[in-house]
Design a protein around this ligand. Structure first.
Ligand code: GLN
Ligand code: ZN
Length: 760
C-alpha cells in the first residue's frame, strides 16, 4: 500500500473569484439564495475534481465556507448572539450574513461580529460571541451535507471541523466569563455530529486545533485532555488532529497523548520537529506530514521533502503516512496556470494550490519508487538550482550594501530632545499641531482615471495632469481649513504596498493571485522574489510638487519595510529579516532624497508591525529586534531637523510598547478614537518620551464626529500626557471616505485643536 496524499483545505473563492462575485451579487439583491448556493456547489465540485485530477487521494469537505469557517462553526453549534436570533430563525442565510457583516434593513440595525486575524495570517475570522449562559445545539447539518454532496459525486471526502478547544479559545465572552468553562456543554454537540458523520460512512474526520502551536496554559491543556477523551469514547469516525502554523514544541507530549487516530504536523515551519514527533507518536497512529508550504507560493525542494518523507515512512510504515501541505491551502492562490503574463523564469519557480497538490503526488510517487517520478524530481531540482543561481535574484551590490550596514546606520545623529529642539526651531508648529495620515478620498473619478491609464485609454501625460490637479485641490483644501502639516493625498497610489512594490526591483505582481482576506474580500499580495533595490526615487516627484504649492510643511509619505514585507509573499530562500533590511535600505534612500528635495517631514507607516508578531512569545524578541532595526535603518539617514513620523493602526500596544518606543520616531500617530483613548494607556505607563498623535476621528465610519467629542478625547489625552507631546489627527488615512464628510470632520478637528490651544 502506498502513502496517501491529502490536503487540509482548499481556497474557496475560486480561481476567478467566482464566490466573491456571487456573494456580492446576492448582497445587492441581484441573485437569490438558490443561485448563490448553486455557485457554491459548483465551486466545491470543481475543487474536489481539481484536487483529484492533480493527484490528491483524499480531499477534505466542509472546508468550504460562504464567508468564514469559524462563523460556520458558531452557526452550526447555535452560538448565535441574541441580536441575530429572530432573523436567523426566520431566514438562516440572512442571519448568517448578518453575523458576518451586520444588517441594516426594515428598521433592523444589527452590528456584525468582531473580526480578527486568523493566527499570523492575513485571513480574518469572525469572533464568536459567547457568555456563561451559552447553550449549544446542532443547527443545520453543513458538514454532513457537504460530506454527502461529495459522496454523491463519488468523492470520499474527509469532513473538517474546527476542534472544540480551538473554537472556544478563538471565541470571546461578552460577560468576562471563561469560554473554556463551556466545554462540557459543547462536547455533546461534537459527539452528536461525529456520530452522524460516522453513520453516513465518513471514515475520518479532521479536527483542526491550531492553538496547539501556541503557548498554552494548564487549563487549556486540561481542556484538550478532557475534550478528546470524551470524543474518542463515543461512536465516531477516525480522528485526525490537525496542527499547523508552527511546531508543537512543548505541546508535543500533549498532542501525542490525545486518543486520536492521526496527527497532522507542520514540517515546513516546524521542520526540526520530525524526529521528536516520530519519537512521541504512539504505535499505529497515522502521521500526516505537512511537507509542502501552504503559506507561500514557491515550489518545494522535493529532494529535501523526500528525505523527510522516507525517514517518516521508515518509522511509521507506508500505510500510516500521509503526505500533505503544511496547512490549509486557503492562504495561497488557486492555480498558477492562469498566470499567462508572468515573467517566465519567475513562473517556473512558483506553485499555487493546484500545483502544490501536484508536488505532493510527485513526492508520493517518488517515495513509492515509481520510475516515472524521477523525471519530475529532476525537473523540480533543476528549477530550484536555477533559482538559487539566478543573477536576477542575487545581486552582489545589494548583498554588499547589506553586509556593510553597521549599528550607526540605525541611529539618528542626536537623541530625541535635541532633535525636537531643532525641529521646533525649523517648523515653529503651534501646540496640538494638526495633520492627517496621508490618503484623501479615493473617489470614483480617481479610480476611473487610474483604470483608464492602465488600459491605455488615458495617456500618461493626461493622467499625470489629472493627478496634479487632484493633489493641488487637496493641498488647497487643507490650507483652507487650517491644517498645520499637509499631505499630498496619495491619489497616485492604488494600494500602500503595491505602489511601492511596482517601483522597486525584486517584486512581481500576479494577475489572478487572489487570496481571501475576509468574506468576499481578496488581496493580491506582491511576490518578493529577488534582492530588493530602488532603481529611482518613488515618491519625490509628488511630494515636491505638492510642496511647491504651499509654504506650509508638506509631509512625505512612505510605507515602512515591515509592512511591505508583511503584506507580500516573501522569498523563502533567505531569512525574512534580510529581505526586510533590503527594503529598509531602499526606503532609506527615498527618505534621504525627500529630505534633499526640501521635504522636512517624512512619515513611514508601519500598520503591520504588530501583526508580524510570531505565535510563540519566546520568538517575539527576535522579531521585534529586526523589525525595529529595519524601521530605524529606513528612518535614520536624515538631519536632526528632519522630522520622522510613523503611523500604526489596528494595534494593541501594551505588550510591544518597548519596541514601539525603540523605533524612535519623532512622532507616532495611532488609532485611538474607538477605544476612547484606552490605547494610549500603554504609552502613558511606559512614559513614552516622543510625540504622539492619538486618533480623534474614526475613519472607518461615515459618521462625522463633532468638535466637542474630539475635544473630550483630547482632554483625556492631556490628562495623562504633556500638551507639548500631542498632535491632533484622524485614526488612519481617509481614502475610503467621501469628501463632504471629510471636510466636515477635518474642519471640526482643526477647531478642536484650536480650542485645546486656547486652554493651555
Ligand atoms: N498613509 C496611509 C493612508 O493614509 C496609511 C494607511 C494605513 O495605515 N493602513 O492611506
Ligand atoms: Zn492606519
Amino acid at each position: 500500500m502506498s502513502t496517501t496524499t491529502t490536503t487540509l483545505g482548499f481556497p474557496r473563492i475560486g480561481a476567478k473569484r467566482e464566490l466573491k462575485r456571487a456573494l456580492e451579487a446576492h448582497w445587492r439583491g441581484e441573485i437569490d439564495a438558490a443561485s448563490l448556493q448553486a455557485t457554491a456547489r459548483d465551486l466545491r465540485r470543481r475543487h474536489w475534481t481539481l484536487q483529484r485530477d492533480a493527484g490528491a487521494d483524499v480531499a477534505p469537505c466542509n472546508d468550504f465556507s460562504l464567508y468564514d469557517h469559524v462563523l460556520d462553526t458558531a452557526f452550526l453549534f447555535d452560538a448565535i448572539p441574541q441580536r441575530y436570533r429572530q432573523l436567523a430563525d426566520a431566514d438562516p442565510l440572512a442571519g448568517y450574513f448578518a453575523m458576518a457583516r451586520g444588517h441594516q434593513r426594515d428598521g433592523l440595525d444589527l452590528r456584525a461580529l468582531e473580526m480578527t486575524k486568523w493566527f499570523d495570517t492575513n485571513y480574518h475570522y469572525l469572533v464568536p460571541e459567547l457568555d456563561a449562559g451559552q447553550q449549544f445545539r446542532l443547527r443545520g447539518d453543513k458538514p454532513l451535507a457537504e460530506y454527502l454532496e461529495a459522496k454523491a459525486l463519488d468523492f470520499d471526502a474527509r469532513p473538517v471541523l474546527l476542534g472544540p478547544v480551538s473554537f472556544l479559545r478563538l471565541a470571546k465572552t461578552t460577560d468576562g466569563s471563561d469560554a473554556l468553562a463551556l466545554l462540557d456543554r459543547l462536547l455533546p454537540v461534537y459527539t452528536e455530529l461525529l456520530g452522524r458523520l460516522a453513520d453516513a460512512g465518513a471514515a475520518w474526520v479532521q479536527l483542526d486545533e491550531p492553538v496547539l502551536v501556541q503557548d498554552l496554559d494548564d487549563a487549556t491543556r486540561a481542556a484538550f485532555q478532557h475534550a478528546y477523551a470524551t470524543l474518542a469514547a463515543r461512536k465516531r469516525p477516525k480522528l485526525l488532529l490537525a496542527t499547523y502554523f508552527g511546531a508543537l514544541g512543548d505541546n508535543l507530549p500533549l498532542a501525542a497523548s490525545l486518543p486520536v487516530d492521526g496527527l497532522h504536523v507542520d514540517l515546513v515551519r516546524g521542520l526540526d520537529q520530525l524526529d521528536a514527533v516520530l519519537n512521541a507518536l504512539p504505535d499505529g497512529r497515522v502521521l500526516s506530514a505537512g511537507l509542502i508550504d501552504g503559506r507561500n507560493i514557491w515550489r518545494s525542494n522535493l529532494d529535501n521533502a523526500l528525505v523527510l518523507a522516507r525517514h517518516a515512512r521508515d518509522r511509521v510504515g507506508n500505510d500510516k503516512l500521509w503526505l500533505a501541505p503544511s496547512c490549509s491551502l486557503l492562504h495561497v492562490p488557486v492555480d498558477l496556470d492562469h498566470e499567462k503574463s508572468l515573467d517566465a523564469e519567475l513562473h517556473s519557480w512558483l506553485s499555487f494550490a493546484k500545483q502544490k497538490v501536484g508536488e505532493l503526488r510527485l513526492l508520493a510517487d517518488a517515495l513509492a519508487g515509481k520510475p516515472d517520478a524521477e523525471a519530475g524530481l529532476a525537473d523540480a531540482r533543476a528549477r530550484i538550482v536555477l533559482r538559487k543561481q539566478s543573477a536576477r535574484v542575487h545581486r552582489a551590490e545589494v548583498a554588499a550594501r547589506l553586509d556593510a550596514l553597521t549599528a550607526s546606520d540605525a541611529q539618528r545623529i542626536s537623541a530625541f530632545p535635541a532633535r525636537r529642539d531643532a525641529q521646533q526651531a525649523r517648523f515653529k508648529l503651534p501646540l496640538f499641531p494638526t495633520t492627517t495620515i496621508g490618503s484623501f478620498p479615493q473617489t470614483l473619478d480617481v479610480r476611473e482615471a487610474r483604470a483608464a491609464n492602465k488600459s491605455g485609454k488615458l495617456s500618461d501625460t493626461d493622467y499625470e495632469a489629472f493627478l496634479e490637479a487632484e493633489t493641488a485641490k487637496c493641498v488647497r483644501f487643507q490650507e483652507e481649513i487650517g491644517i498645520d502639516v499637509l499631505v499630498h493625498g496619495e491619489f497616485e497610489r492604488n494600494d500602500m504596498v503595491e505602489y511601492f512594490g511596482e517601483l522597486l526591483d525584486g517584486f512581481a505582481f500576479t494577475k489572478n493571485g487572489w487570496v481571501q482576506s475576509y468574506g468576499s474580500r481578496c488581496v493580491k499580495p506582491p511576490v518578493i522574489w529577488g534582492d530588493v533595490s530602488r532603481p529611482a526615487p518613488m515618491t519625490v516627484r509628488w511630494s515636491q510638487y505638492a510642496q511647491s504649492l504651499t509654504k506650509l510643511p508638506m509631509k512625505g509619505m512612505l510605507t515602512g519595510p515591515v509592512t511591505i514585507l508583511q503584506w507580500s509573499f516573501v522569498r523563502d530562500d533567505q531569512e525574512r529579516s534580510r529581505t526586510c533590511r533590503q527594503i529598509a535600505l531602499a526606503l532609506r534612500d527615498e527618505v534621504r532624497d525627500l529630505e534633499a528635495a526640501g521635504i522636512g517631514i517624512v512619515q513611514i507607516d508601519e500598520p503591520a508591525l504588530r501583526e508580524g508578531l510570531p505565535l510563540r512569545r519566546a520568538d517575539w524578541k527576535h522579531y521585534l529586534d529586526w523589525a525595529v532595526e529595519s524601521f530605524r535603518i529606513s528612518a535614520s539617514a536624515v538631519r536632526d531637523d528632519t522630522q520622522i513620523h510613523t503611523h500604526m493602526c489596528y494595534s494593541e500596544f501594551n505588550d510591544i510598547i518597548e519596541a514601539v518606543a525603540a523605533m524612535d520616531a519623532d512622532v507616532i500617530s495611532i488609532e485611538t478614537s474607538r477605544s476612547r483613548m484606552e490605547l494610549l494607556d500603554a504609552f502613558v505607563q511606559f512614559r513614552y518620551p516622543n510625540e504622539i498623535g492619538p486618533g480623534v476621528y474614526d475613519i472607518h465610519s461615515p459618521r462625522v464626529p463633532n468638535k466637542r467629542e474630539m475635544v473630550e478625547l483630547l482632554e483625556k489625552a492631556t490628562a495623562v500626557l504633556a500638551p507639548q507631546q500631542l498632535w491632533v489627527n484622524p485614526d488612519c488615512g481617509l481614502k475610503t471616505r467621501g469628501w463632504p464628510e471629510t471636510r466636515a470632520a477635518l474642519t471640526a478637528l482643526v477647531e478642536a485643536a484650536r480650542e485645546m490651544r486656547a486652554k493651555v
